[in-house]
Structures are given as structure tokens and as C-alpha cells.
Design a protein around this ligand. Sequence first.
Ligand code: BES
Ligand code: MN
Ligand code: ZN
Length: 497
Amino acid sequence: MTSYSLRNASPAKSRADAVVVGVVTGSSGPAIAPGGQDVAKAYGRKLGPLLSALGVTGKSGETVKVPTSGAISSPMLVLVGLGNDPDHLAVRRAAGNAARSVTNAASVAVALPADTPELVRAATEGYALGSYSFTTYKASGPSKSPGEVVVLSPVARKKDAIAAFEEGKVIAGAVARTRDFVNTPPNDLRPPGFADAIAEIVKERGRGGKVTIQVLDETQLAELGCGGLLGVGSASDAPPRLVTLTYTPKGAKRHLALVGKGITFDSGGLSIKPAASMHEMKSDMAGAAAVVNATFAIADLGLPVQVTTYAALAENMLGGSAMRPGDVITIHGGTTVEVLNTDAEGRLVLADALVMATEQKPDAILDVATLTGAMVVALGDKISGVMGGDDVVADVLSASATAGEDFWPMPIPEQMSERIHTTKIADLSQHDWIRWGGGLFAAAFLREFTAGLPWAHLDIAGPSFNSGGPAGHVSSGGTGVAVSTLVEFARAFADDK
Ligand code: BES
Ligand code: MN
Ligand code: ZN
């Protein structure tokens, strides 16, 4: 485990094994960014020729390691590109890149721009997230991460900087645990095991962890009439679970409900998926992992807002007891749904959980789901879609901007509401065969289960899993997207009377 500390000290005098310094692309060539001036001073006139000989430009994504040969106290200097006029997002990205380039240091000093709380948080979060790796199944074991990371900042003793530093650590921890859940192979994370793992976290946190848990098993779900979860999970020998977390701080004035899609594997069911990328459907529980870990982070930060979180867990498989296209199922609360495509399973498990959430009469509901390929077609794989009531959507967008996660508002056209009512034999159609706007159809379907409460739906199908290489603070595989946005939403929601 790496320990992080925040200090006001000179990077040139730091005895850490490596010192990370930023480089900006100045108008007159690359220049050392604020935070690293002492290092620039120590090199003096030798710095310019050194940067030029190394081909350092300061472009974002660039990392160059230099042996210092005594020029500064640390034996190694890591130069990371910040681009032109870096903001906190550039600092987070650069810190992440730096973390990945430092492969064998016991201690690291991070001397990136960090003279505001926002930048302190970015440097901390970026470094912690960039050093994330998932090696549980590798014979080589965990990759070597430093025992100590010191974030250097001129405002290190200021209260708000210390709070931002703590926040960065809490968010990074919650994001990393989300990534772990998503990366865990689907044979080792099935609904009962996922529920147990969440219960284990609650137990480890203890009473001071301020979060309590309730797990409903398949018998209890049947008693409650949760036909969505039971239908989707019917062909799996690992039955569905509904996990509820509650965080009820004293003095909370508002109540937020979070709902997450937790399909531990989505084969598509009888409407089976093509083979090529089916393995990535282990990530179809990323919404559940995000809402669960965001809840722990909200509790860790002590945000004064009541949170109730529902993780709807099921495995979508094939077999003799599988749900069929043509089946009519009954969602908790009594709404009947004609199933037309068993691969549109997320909306069914979310429907049960959304109705459960409405019964608590929260002030707002956010659901998070890897819901539709259509959203990935619309927005690409780096931007999530958000749909719902105008006010809640606006608040999600503002939270996501603070969190540095890309969300884009999408409409729920009136026409979609009509299309979910075209079934001849049930209350609602789960699907129709017009593909266009599939992500919007899904949102219209979910809205039916929100009882008119303030609500937004976050479709993270694209950004939740990075099939490519790591970049900045984003690892490959599970990304942990939405955790940070949910925490920022909760923070603003608590303040907003
Ligand atoms: N889990 C998928 C959506 C998905 C696709 C997530 C790609 C991540 C990456 C979802 O359950 C699904 O299969 N959706 C179908 C819906 C369709 C049948 C209406 C889809 O998007 O194709
Ligand atoms: Mn599916
Ligand atoms: Zn799915």
C-alpha cells in the first residue's frame, strides 16, 4: 500500500527516489511548470539545452525520465507534459501519466502545479489513479508501486488544501475499488458473490463506516414481486440479489437515491450476443459498482445528505429456464412488461430497483447503467449520456464538470413514450425493433418507474470500460467512471436547500 502525504517542501531538496515535475509548451519553447521552479533553478542554464537534447516539448502525454547525477537531491527527474496553460484536468492527466512511468521507486515526490485546493486534489487523484493496476490473476503478482508519495504544494498547510488532498485520496480509492469489481472476471463475480463482497466492505468499515446494508435474495425478491431481476436471472444458477446501502448522517436535509445496473455477465440471454466482444460484458455491472463505491465515498467525506443505494444484481444467461422473447413479466409494484429482446435486460432489473427507490420518497433518484450500445454509437466510448428531468440533468452536468468526467445531455423524445406503449398484451413494451435512438427508448422505459420524482439516468455503456491502453488517470479495463460525478452531485445536493 502506498502512503500519500501533502507537504510544502522544495522538490530540488527532496530525497525521494523520483521527483515529478511538469513541463508546459511555452510560446518560446518548453518551460518547467509552477511547482518545479526550484528544480529549474538548480539546473540553471543547463536546463534549456537538456530539455532540447531530450526532445522534451511539454505536450500532454509526454513523459521523460532523466538521471539527475547530483543536480538535485533526488537521483531521478520525471518530466511530464502539461500542454499549454494547464488546468486541473491537465494536472490530473499528467500525474496519471507520471505514475505509470515511474516503475521502480520506493518514494516519489510530485511537484506539479498545486497552489490551489483544486490542483492539489488533481495531482493526488491523478497519481493514485494512474498507478492503478489489476494483477490479481497474474503470476507476476502486483506491480511495484512506491511505498510513499509526497504531493508537494505551497499551500500544503492550508485547511482547504488538506481537505482537497483527503478528497483526492477518497475518490481515488472509491474509483479503484470500482475498477477492481469491473475487472474481476465474471466467473468470480456473480450476483451472490458480488453482494457478499459489498457486505464484506460494509463489515470491514464497521460502525464508523456509517453505511448499513440489506441484501435481498431470490426468495425475498419473489415475495416482493421483483419480476425484472428474477426474469433476467432465471437461467443462471447464481440467483439475483438486490443490495441496499443506507447512509443517514445527522442533520441531512435531503435524501438522494442511487440505483445501479449490476449484470455480472450479459450473454444477451436467448437473444444471444455475437461472440466477438461478449467477454467485455463482464463490465455490465459497472453501474452497480459505481453507485456502491460512490456511497462509501460520500460517507467517508461525511457529506450531509441521506443516501439510499440500490444495486440490482443478476446474471443474464441461457438455459432451459431462461426468460423468452414474448414473456410477460411483472415488475415490483405491478407494472407488466412484454419482453421482446432478452438482451435489453438492464432496464428490467433497473425497473424493480427504481420502484423500490421511489417507495422511500427520495428528493431525487439517479440511476447509473451500462445500458445501451446505441449510446456508444451516439457519443463514442469516452462520453456518457444523461437523460431525465431538466433540473436533475443540469445538476448532473455541473457535477460532472467539477468531477472532470464527460457527460452529454440526451433527450427523451415524446415519440419514445409512444413506442414503449405499443405492446398489445402488457402495460409496457420492453423493446421494439426500430433501432434508432435505442438509448432514448431505454430512458423513456425507465422513466415509467420513477413515479414522477426528480430523476436522471446516466448511460455509461461506453466510458465504463476502456478496451484500449491507459491514458492519463484512466486505466485500461474498468475505469470507475461516474463515481466522482455522483460524489460531486451529492455534495451540491446537500448544500442546495
Ligand atoms: N449491456 C448492454 C449494453 C452495452 C453495449 C454495454 C456495449 C456496454 C457496451 C445491454 O444490455 C444491451 O445488450 N443492450 C442492447 C439493447 C438492445 C437489445 C435494445 C444493445 O445496446 O444492443
Ligand atoms: Mn444486454
Ligand atoms: Zn446489459
